[in-house]
Write a protein that binds this ligand. Structure first.
Ligand code: GLU
Ligand code: ZN
Length: 311
């Protein structure tokens, strides 16, 4: 079967090193297998994302040479399809409205073991119609989770499993403002596009069991997962859009594409030094067994940057 992979960036800013690192690995893995690569804009959050950022992301990927074969519809245009799949789950009797406020959720529920999100206590699971009506406002919608372990063998992180009742609880599929959440959208989008391989940051490993549960219910196959290390700054923080000096705008001013690829390949364990390289060379020698599982601290290695910050 042909491998179908994807880039699924959120167009809320310039690509930064962390996104580039995941995108490079997704590209290398798919290209090394002569597979197909899809680009999809994850713009569910219309407040934070914009078409201008999406254009910029396409230019950023193209500048680095990270080609894609087709772009599928952005999430902001897929509400009808998500509604359809949401209704199917509703017909299975798995959904219920939740009226809990943020402060209630914070005060009553224990933090999720893996990602710090609370574990929902099921407060609204069995509300009577009268109790629901009494809230007098639009609810969020949650899906009931099963009392069984959901496990995967991640191509990089190895065995990982969650008992959703213990580790996450019934989770939200649609917010009170009607917006579908990432967990549903990503499953429907990957499933509809026939994605067979998901390469993304390790911070999303704990989402995989929830997504696999939805894949099962909606009749999609499970993709193969590779959750790649996060790049950390010298203080152990994950790089983010706040690290403006590490976004592609700044990086492309101070180094060539080959130099940047050299650093990314070095952090990825593909080459022993950060010497400049090109995608074709990397593709020819790509092998998942070289990629580290652990997060990679990068500031020290790009030491000269600290001085530039002070300018
Ligand atoms: N849109 C997410 C991000 O930019 C990635 C989601 C995914 O790969 O499943 O972090
Ligand atoms: Zn609730």
């Amino acid at each position: 079967m042909k491998t179908v992979g994807r880039f699924a960036p959120t167009p809320s800013g310039r690509m930064h090193l962390g996104n580039l690192f995941s995108a490079l690995l997704a590209w290398l893995s798919v290209r090394a297998q002569d597979g197909e690569l899809i680009l999809r804009m994850e713009d569910l959050d219309t407040q934070r994302t914009s078409p201008a950022y999406a254009d910029q992301l396409r230019r950023d990927l193209a500048w680095l040479g990270l080609t894609w074969d087709r772009e599928t519809a952005p999430q902001s245009s897929r509400t009808e399809r998500y509604t359809e799949q949401f209704r199917r789950l509703e017909e299975m009797g798995l959904l219920y409205p939740c009226y809990c406020t943020r402060s209630r959720l914070r005060s009553v529920n224990a933090p999720h073991a893996a990602d710090g999100v609370y574990v929902y206590d099921g407060h609204c699971r069995n509300l009577t119609p009268e109790a629901r009506a009494a809230y007098g406002r639009a609810p969020a919608w949650r899906i009931r989770v099963p009392e069984r372990e959901i496990a995967l063998t991640d191509g990089l992180q190895g065995f990982y499993s969650e008992l959703l009742t213990r580790d996450c609880g019934d989770f939200i599929l649609r917010r009170a403002d009607g917006v579908f959440v990432y967990q549903l959208a990503v499953v429907v989008d990957d499933g509809d596009a026939g994605v067979t391989e998901v390469v993304r940051g390790r911070d999303l490993l704990s989402s995989a069991p929830r997504q696999m549960y939805l894949q099962e219910l909606l009749g999609y196959g499970h993709p193969r997962y590779y959750h790649v290390p996060m790049l950390l700054s010298h203080d152990g923080r994950r790089l983010s859009k706040r690290d403006g000096d590490l976004d592609l705008d700044a990086l492309s001013r101070r180094m060539s594409r080959e130099a940047l690829l050299g650093w990314l390949a070095f952090w990825a364990g593909i080459q022993k030094t950060p010497r400049p390289t090109d995608l074709e060379t990397l593709r020819e020698t790509f092998d998942w067994s070289k990629i580290p599982r652990q997060d990679v601290c990068i500031r020290e290695t790009m030491g000269e940057k600290e001085e530039r910050n002070g300018q």
